[in-house]
Every structure is written in structure tokens, then in C-alpha cells.
Write a new protein. Structure first.
Length: 559
């Protein structure tokens, strides 16, 4: 950290990333940050540079990397168009509380504020999306800015930081020493609050533990599971946080959302105490603010969160506890039920995932296909999804059992699944990685197939092709039956597209063909370290795992 040799700003920045343990960055190159690219070449033995095909895909990969590791995912993009393309990844990181740092090349100081070529004020543009946005004007202050960015991205409620890098600043030389890695504080609950929490749990008739948030560790997850087991607490997860608790555990009651199975929703709605750990209580998790009403929920609420600003922001709790996931988990180890106390709630909601679903209509039973995927997944696996009705086939059938076993954007961003799958495979080459993608969702970032091929990521992609923007069509039929517009798609041959990139591609239209095709795709991906895509072709009427469009349409008037 005391090297004071003369280096360019770009070299100092990359050396600082290396000193912080960064092993991979995601990038679409641009002339506005050439000194950084040159420094990445110098440090290529320690830092892998993943060159993506569009900045949105690069930002998604960085967000997914941050979600998997708990350390900031690093993304470099160029000014103007590159920065605007990357905004979706920053928005995803903010909504999902994922640590991330986006570096944007910027015009030099000699031409700034002239609306020169591709100039944007990133501090204004990204202010609503990022935790912190700044522009580094002096090369000797790069270590200072990076230390602060790292601390902000990982501290409290994690999230994205955006740093603009004027190109003349990056070219200047400096002897600035590198900064030490900031320590992330783990706030611990006070003993009195833990006693109050225990008293509320033991007084409740129908308590529920609700898990969410980011920067969990295996140790914290195990400690929270033990806490739930000792107190007989049913456990639900926040929207798209299924991996936080073993889905086949007898205490598990599902992922809270408006689309959760009816028997699980009934169980959740009946709770008279909710202990919310880590979650910010977003709209889907509160079931559109109807289950946990704002500003004051009908049931008792204990809200535990690392950021004091999140406690009471939407739902005023009976007890608020400022604590990191690690800090709470450690304190929870010491909680033991009062002698003679017994939990009062019977767990009846945790049916095996998806077993109650009937076959989907038509030649290809998507529920059976998803069950085969679920049965085939090894312990070391990761499933990624983007946004769309098709994601329910993953969420209703797969029993997620560990951190990193699912990557799904709580923000509901389309196009996320493929870039996230690439990031997951790069993070763990030995894991089986399967991406669920809708036909509309996949086409948002399908050019990243080239990235998957270039970096030899043996992922398997299931493209659910019913020729629709299915979620929008579903809402159209509910709100304006028979008046659909803008939701029908003319799609390419996805299997042929995958082959054109150099991967494996096959189409499946009948149930009997799915298992051998899926097994062949897995075998190809593992043998060749290349992506394999299965296009699942089915009728547009199949809109949900348990409903068709025809069932949603009103019956014709009787004669």
C-alpha cells in the first residue's frame, strides 16, 4: 500500500482494485478510459477482463457478481451511450441491494460543460439510482475515492456507486499511495432489543420469520436457521430471495408475493407477528402493501435491517433493530426459548414445490419439464431468471438450498438471466448453471451469447417461446379482455441462433423429447465448456403454470 512510484491515474485505479482483491471486471471498451484498459492489460495475470457485447449486459454481470460474492461487482463503460445503456444494471443493483461500482469514462476538463461529444453530467443522471455518484477530478485522489466507494457500496444497505473518470485525469501521473481496504462494520443488536424480540415471539400465536436482503454468509444463514428451529418459527423469504432458506425444510412456507400459491398465501396472511430480517419490505414482498400495510401494519412487526433509514420508511414497526445480517445472526445464537414454552403455530403450508400443479395444456408439459430440471440439479448449482411469467416454472418447482443457488432480479428487469448465468459460471466453473428465459426476456440481452462462447461458459439456457410478452398479455386480458395490442412477437429460430454463435441449440415441442434434450444440453455444456440452448415451443394460450389465457377471458353472453 506504500508504493509511491509515478503512475498514470488509470494505473493507480486498477492497482487499487487489485489491492482490494478484485479478480474480475466486466467491460465494454471505450476510448474515454484507455489508460484503465492499458492498466488492465498490465494486471491481466490477476484481474480477468470480461468484454461484453452491450453495456446493459456488462452491468447485469457486475451486479450478479456482487450478489454472489458480497463484494462490489466492477463494471467499466464509456461515456454517453455506454453510460445510459448501463443504467439498467445500476437500477437493478439499487433495488436488489447489490454492491457494485460502475466506472464511466468522461470528457476531459478542457472540454467539459460545453455539451461536447457524448458529455453527460453523471452526478445528476445517476443521483436517483446510485447510493453515491461522484467525478474524480485529480489523479492523486483516486485511492481516496475508491476507498469511499467501496465502503459505501458494501456498508449499510449495499448498493451501486458510480464514478466518472475524466480522460485527462486518467492520463495524468501521480505518486499517490494506495488506500487500505475499508472495514465493513457489522452492527449488532443490543441485548435489551433481543429480549424484547424473544418476548414478542413467545407471546405471538402465529409468528412468521421473513428473510431478505443481501450480503448473507453461510454462517449467518446457518445461525438464522437454528434460531428458527429453536423457536419453531415458520420461515418465508422476500420476493426473489428463495435461496436464503432451504426450500425443503419443514419450516419453509414459501416466497412472499402476489403470485404465491393460495395455501401458502393464506398461511402468511394469517400471521399475527412478522419478524422481518434484512428485507426492505418492497412492494411485491408486502403483497402490494396489502399484507404489510403502510404506514402501520395490522399485525405486529419487528424490522431488523443494517440501515436505520430503511426501518420505518414504509412500515412503522413495533420494534426496530439496526443490525447487519452477521450481527443479528451472532446475537440470535444466544436466544433460547423460555423453559416450558412451546410454539403455538402448526406448519401446514410447506407443500413440496410444484407437486400440486397439473400438466400444462398442449404437447409440451412445462411443469413436467421444470420438475425434471429440479430433479437433475446437483447440490452445486445456480438457476438464473429474468422477468416474466416463465420464471414461475423455476420458482414453483425448484427447491433452492443454498446461497448462490438462485440469481433473480427483485427489480423485475428483463434480460437479466443470461448475463447473470455467465457471471455465475465465471464465479464457479464447477457449478451447473441453468438460465430460465422467456422469449421476450431473452432477446433483451441475447447478444451476450457471444460473451458466453468467448469465455467458454458452459451454461444451459431454457428459452420459453410462446410468442408473447406474456406478463403484459396476462394483465391486458385481465384489465381489457379481448383488446390485446403490442404483446405478440415474431421470433427467430433460437436454437439455430445458438448454433450460429458456436454453442449447442435444439428445439423441443413435445414432452417426450424434453428429458433427452435437456440431458444432452447439460452433457454438451460440461464437455465443451460452451453454452447450450433449448428452445421450448408451446402455445400462447399457456400463460401460467396453472392457468391459460382462455380461462382468463370472459365467457360469451348467453343467447
Amino acid at each position: 500500500m506504500t508504493d509511491t512510484s509515478l503512475r498514470s491515474g488509470g494505473e493507480v485505479l486498477v492497482a487499487q482494485l487489485r489491492a482490494y482483491g478484485v479478480q474480475r471486471v466486466f467491460m465494454v471498451p471505450g476510448e474515454s478510459f484507455l489508460p484503465c484498459i492499458d492498466a488492465l492489460h498490465t494486471h491481466r495475470d490477476a484481474i480477468e477482463t470480461v468484454v461484453c457485447r452491450q453495456e446493459g449486459g456488462a452491468a447485469y454481470m457486475a451486479e450478479a457478481h456482487g450478489k454472489l460474492t458480497g463484494q462490489p461487482g466492477i463494471c467499466f463503460v464509456s461515456r454517453g451511450p455506454g453510460a445510459t445503456n448501463a443504467a439498467i444494471g445500476v437500477h437493478t443493483a439499487r433495488e436488489d441491494s447489490s454492491p457494485m461500482i460502475l466506472f464511466i469514462g468522461q470528457v476531459g476538463g478542457d472540454t467539459s460543460d460545453r455539451q461536447c461529444f457524448q458529455e453527460v453530467d453523471y452526478r445528476a443522471m445517476y443521483a436517483p439510482l446510485a447510493k453515491w455518484t461522484a467525478q474524480i477530478e485529480r489523479a492523486d485522489r483516486i485511492p481516496e475515492y475508491l476507498a469511499r466507494a467501496w465502503a459505501i457500496a458494501t456498508g449499510g444497505r449495499p448498493g451501486p456507486v458510480v464514478l466518472a473518470l475524466p480522460e485527462d485525469m486518467l492520463a495524468r501521473t501521480t505518486s499517490a499511495a494506495l488506500a487500505a481496504l475499508p472495514a465493513v462494520p457489522h452492527a449488532r443488536p443490543v441485548e435489551a432489543d433481543m429480549r424484547r424480540l424473544q418476548a414478542q415471539i413467545e407471546a405471538a400465536r402465529r409468528p412468521l420469520l421473513l428473510l431478505g436482503g443481501s450480503r448473507w454468509s453461510d454462517a449467518a444463514r446457518d445461525a438464522v436457521r437454528g434460531f428458527a428451529e429453536r423457536f419453531g418459527l415458520p420461515v418465508a423469504t422476500a420476493w426473489r430471495r428463495l435461496e436464503l432458506f432451504d426450500n425443503d425444510h419443514p419450516l419453509f412456507t414459501g416466497q412472499v408475493s402476489a403470485s404465491m400459491p393460495a395455501h401458502q398465501k393464506e398461511f402468511v396472511l394469517a400471521s399475527d407477528l412478522v419478524v422481518a430480517l434484512g428485507t426492505r419490505l418492497c412492494e411485491p414482498t408486502t403483497i402490494n402493501y396489502e399484507w404489510l400495510a403502510t404506514p402501520r401494519p395490522r399485525q405486529a412487526l419487528v424490522h431488523i435491517h443494517p440501515d436505520a433509514n430503511e426501518i420505518g420508511r414504509l412500515c412503522v414497526p413495533d420494534l426496530g433493530i439496526v443490525a447487519s445480517i452477521e450481527g443479528f445472526a451472532e446475537a440470535a445464537r444466544g436466544l433460547v426459548p423460555t423453559p416450558g414454552w412451546r410454539p403455538r403455530r402448526t406448519i401446514a403450508a410447506a407443500a413440496a414445490p410444484g407437486l400440486e400443479l397439473p400438466p400444462t395444456p398442449g404437447p409440451l408439459d412445462l411443469n413436467a419439464a421444470a420438475r425434471h430440471v429440479a430433479r437433475s440439479l446437483p447440490a452445486r448449482s445456480c438457476v438464473t431468471v429474468g422477468a416474466g411469467n416463465y420464471a414461475l416454472y423455476a420458482h414453483r418447482h425448484i427447491a433452492f438450498k443454498g446461497l448462490g443457488s438462485q440469481l433473480a432480479p427483485a427489480v423485475g428487469a428483463m434480460g437479466y438471466g443470461l448475463p447473470a448465468a455467465i457471471a455465475a459460471k465465471l464465479h464457479d466453473r464447477d457449478a451447473t448453471v441453468v438460465c430460465f428465459a422467456g422469449d421476450g426476456c431473452f432477446q433483451m440481452t441475447m447478444q451476450e451469447l457471444a460473451t458466453a462462447v468467448q469465455y467458454r461458459t458452459g451454461i444451459v439456457i431454457l428459452v420459453f417461446n410462446n410468442g408473447l410478452y406474456g406478463t403484459i398479455r396476462l394483465h391486458q386480458e385481465r384489465a381489457y379482455p379481448g383488446r390485446a395490442l403490442g404483446t405478440e412477437l415474431v421470433n427467430p429460430d433460437f436454437a439455430q441462433l445458438a448454433r450460429s454463435y458456436g454453442g449447442y441449440g435444439a428445439a423441443v415441442a413435445h414432452s417426450a423429447d424434453f428429458q433427452p434434450a435437456y440431458d444432452a444440453a447439460i452433457a454438451f455444456a460440461q464437455k465443451h465448456a460452451m453454452p447450450a440452448l433449448l428452445e421450448l415451443r408451446y402455445d400462447a394460450d399457456v400463460i401460467l403454470p396453472d392457468k391459460t389465457l382462455s380461462q382468463l377471458q370472459p365467457a360469451p353472453p348467453s343467447a
